[in-house]
Design a protein around this ligand. Structure first.
Ligand code: PEP
Ligand code: MG
Length: 322
């Protein structure tokens, strides 16, 4: 089965009715580049930079970050590389002085909230990202946004970092695109403030499911309730994809759903054209794409989105893939 999949490595990912689908890799650092290359990924859709920070007592300085980001961009010539600003907090806590006891870490100071609370650390990362952008097609992505003011503050810090680099005569991509993750139901339900401010969106289904269903994604006791096919979750994902299409704003999915072949036909039928996943899943998802006809899937998925009985939804989603 694996060797059969390997033959798809150089196949163009398109549906039977001719629509190109972009299949990108999620990575945690330069160490994952060989896997992304083996799968012939169309780019990096999510670089989880917090893995540079975890399990150590000192934060990496601008130079160390720049080296890591540049290595990833240079390894993907001509391909898009979306690097996420640090998503620390909750299940990815920092060591030592930067951690504190929180009553509810998943609802606390994590991701962009943490970055905005530590603007010096955020600015250092943004400078390193901008410097690396001189070497390829780098895009910056901000995690866990829910308020317009968080977007505005992040964009203001990007502008500040750019102004510093200009004054220091350090090169960066002046046209660099800044995007945001849709991981909080509030974001998925108020997309206008995102589409007006950002250049692309990526749906983080892992957190979107967690926050929609109020299920801690790391708590074994409630894991049986963690359901990607809950009708509320499907409405938020489909609504985000449809809104992106309406405003010509690129939308990707970079949560685990994108790399699970059970959901490929469903996401294609919702209109998704960009999937980012663990590199080991890319060829299996490509196989699903090559078997799919969008013109057939779209109306069937529209009917699924009107259902609210879990067993019927599950059955209809299973039937999509056959
Ligand atoms: C997500 O929440 O779906 C996501 C991609 O981010 P992470 O899993 O790193 O929180
Ligand atoms: Mg997330």
């Amino acid at each position: 089965e694996r060797s059969k999949l390997n033959r798809l490595r150089d196949a163009h990912a398109a549906t039977l009715d001719g629509e190109t689908i972009h299949l990108l890799a999620n990575i945690e650092g330069p160490k994952d580049l060989p896997a992304a290359k083996t799968a012939n990924a169309d780019g990096i859709g999510l670089y989880r930079t917090e893995f540079l920070f975890l399990g150590r007592d000192t934060l990496p300085d601008e130079e160390e970050q720049y080296e890591a980001y540049r290595a990833v961009v240079k390894a993907m010539p001509g391909k898009p590389v979306t690097i996420r600003s640090f998503d620390v907090g909750a299940d990815k806590a920092l060591n030592g002085s930067h951690s504190r006891i929180e009553p509810n870490p998943a609802l606390g100071l994590r991701a962009v909230r943490y970055s905005l609370a530590e603007p010096k650390m955020f600015l250092t990362q943004l400078r390193a990202l901008l410097r690396a952008s001189a070497h390829g097609r780098l895009q910056i992505m901000i995690p866990m946004l829910s308020h317009a003011q968080e977007i505005d503050q992040s964009l203001a810090l990007v502008e500040k970092a750019k102004a510093e680099l200009r004054a220091e005569k350090i090169k960066f991509d002046e046209g660099i695109q800044i995007g945001g993750m849709i991981e909080v139901p509030a974001a998925a339900l108020s997309l206008g403030m995102f589409t007006r401010r950002l250049s692309f969106l990526s749906i983080g289904t892992n957190d979107l499911i967690q926050y929609t269903l109020a299920i801690d994604r790391s708590d074994e006791a409630v894991v049986h309730l963690y359901d990607p096919l809950h009708p509320a979750v499907l409405k938020l994902i489909a609504g985000t994809i449809a809104t992106g299409a309406r405003y010509s704003l690129p939308v990707a999915v970079c949560g685990e759903m994108a790399g699970d072949s059970k959901y490929t036909a469903l996401l294609l039928g919702m209109g998704l054209r960009s999937f980012s996943m663990h590199p080991g899943n890319i060829l299996e998802i490509k196989q699903q794409v090559l078997r799919s006809t969008l013109g057939e899937l779209a109306p069937r998925v529209q009917r699924i989105l009107k259902m609210d009985e879990p067993a019927r939804i599950r059955e209809a989603v299973e039937r999509l893939a056959t």
